[in-house]
Design a protein. Structure first.
Length: 411
């Protein structure tokens, strides 16, 4: 690393939302910017904006560029939308799949946030977000991209961090907005001491938390946190991951199916809606999520049968034989995609797959496997759920002729 600044013109925006130019990747720089940077390998840290590019606009947050949460907050809306859609266009460059216009699914804001707290040698506790590519904490007073249900999240997180500061351990504070109020799960503290537990109970009441848990173990539950999923109310397990959902599109795409496998189902974002017209096999690796899904399905009148199975679909995908009684699949894997499961689907008699993905590259790989097996996808829909970030969700429907019909056509 050198202390001598270099003048760079930014040519384009990279996949992570960093400016690219002069051989450097430059966080918070935008196309057309002239910036002065300090080189650090292939990274350039901005020390001055010499000339703003045509699509730079004012950021809405005073902590922008210090907090690592929003990579492209200063990018004008039309350019931002074109760039984000372009991430999927680039990934599908060699595929015969049309990319639809970008869908903004940010809604009222993020319903879940994780704050970090660290206590230094001087005894001062800092609570906020991490800096980009750093473990340093930026103390923030508010976050403009959070949903209204998380308005009190930062004051509660700071109070919790102060209460547990004497332990001297890094603390992660996951806050979720639910129908009944905030649900907070702590990670990093380890087992609580009796006096810490008592203080946290009082704190939960003071901040009107629905529930407070530590590493998934409930400290105090004043109200059961629930999430509305179609006609069902799901009692969320502590620290639940809330999946992105273009639920109406998925349900409509699989409307004709009578038996559906919802793979990587989580708490039932899709399964509980699909059960309105079809029997569903819901499969996931998380036992707590499956139990929550099962309880919600049993408690909701009018749903078809929902069966659950705990299974690691990466290591042990459902086989073609196991999929023989299934008409369609809903697939919502993590960032790495679902290559093993997709290959099994390709070898099965499944005729329709509704795919929800959160990584363009793994989606393109899995789409190619399905295409090679005779599936066709008319268009993939890019979804901006997390505004100002490089994160992209994708929804696509793959269909092919039923294999028995195909054999008859071949004589």
């Amino acid at each position: 690393m050198t202390d001598s600044p270099v003048r760079v013109r930014v040519e384009r925006l990279g996949r992570r939302g960093e400016g690219v130019g002069g051989g450097f990747r430059i966080p918070y720089a935008l196309p057309g910017d002239e910036v002065s940077v300090i080189p650090d390998g292939d990274r350039g840290d901005i020390v001055g904006l010499l000339d703003a590019g045509p699509d730079r606009t004012a950021a809405i947050c005073p902590w922008f560029t210090r907090c690592g949460g929003c990579a492209v907050q200063a990018y004008a809306e039309p350019a931002y939308r074109a760039w984000k859609r372009g991430l999927l266009i680039e990934a599908l460059a060699s595929a015969d799949i049309k990319v639809a216009p970008l869908v903004d699914a940010h809604g009222e804001g993020r319903r879940r946030a994780v704050f970090h707290a660290r206590t230094g040698p001087d005894g001062r506790t800092v609570t906020g977000y991490m800096q980009a590519r750093s473990h340093a904490i930026v103390a923030v007073d508010a976050c403009p991209i959070l949903a209204p249900g998380l308005t009190g999240a930062l004051p509660a997180a700071r109070a919790i961090a102060t209460t547990l500061a004497t332990a001297g351990k890094p603390l992660d504070i996951g806050c979720t907005a639910t129908v009944e109020g905030m649900d907070i799960d702590l990670r990093g503290r380890g087992p609580l001491l009796d006096d810490e537990r008592q203080r946290l109970v009082a704190l939960a009441a003071k901040h009107d938390l629905a529930r407070l848990s530590n590493h998934g173990a409930i400290v105090l539950e004043r109200r059961k946190p629930t999430l509305a999923v179609g006609a069902a109310l799901v009692e969320l397990p502590p620290g639940s991951f809330l999946q992105a959902a273009l639920a109406a599109r998925v349900v409509a795409a699989l409307a004709g199916a009578k038996r559906i496998a919802d793979l990587f189902c989580g708490v039932g974002t899709f399964a509980l809606r699909l059960a309105g017209h079809a029997e569903v096999l819901a499969v996931d690796t998380e036992k707590a999520s499956l139990l929550a899904l099962d309880r919600a399905a049993r408690a909701t009148p009018g749903l078809r049968r929902v069966a659950t199975e705990m299974r690691d679909l990466h290591r042990r995908p459902l086989t073609p034989a196991e999929l023989a009684g299934v008409d369609a699949v809903c697939l919502d894997p993590p960032r790495a995609g679902a290559e093993s499961q997709v290959r099994a689907i390709a070898a099965s008699n499944i005729a329709a797959v509704a795919s929800v993905a959160c990584d363009a590259a793994s989606f393109a790989r899995d789409a190619a496997i399905l295409s090679a097996a005779g599936f066709r996808c008319d268009e993939a829909v890019p979804v901006a759920q997390f505004r100002y970030s490089a994160h992209l969700e994708i929804v696509a429907v793959f269909r092919r002729a039923k294999r028995k019909a195909a054999r008859r056509l071949l004589g």
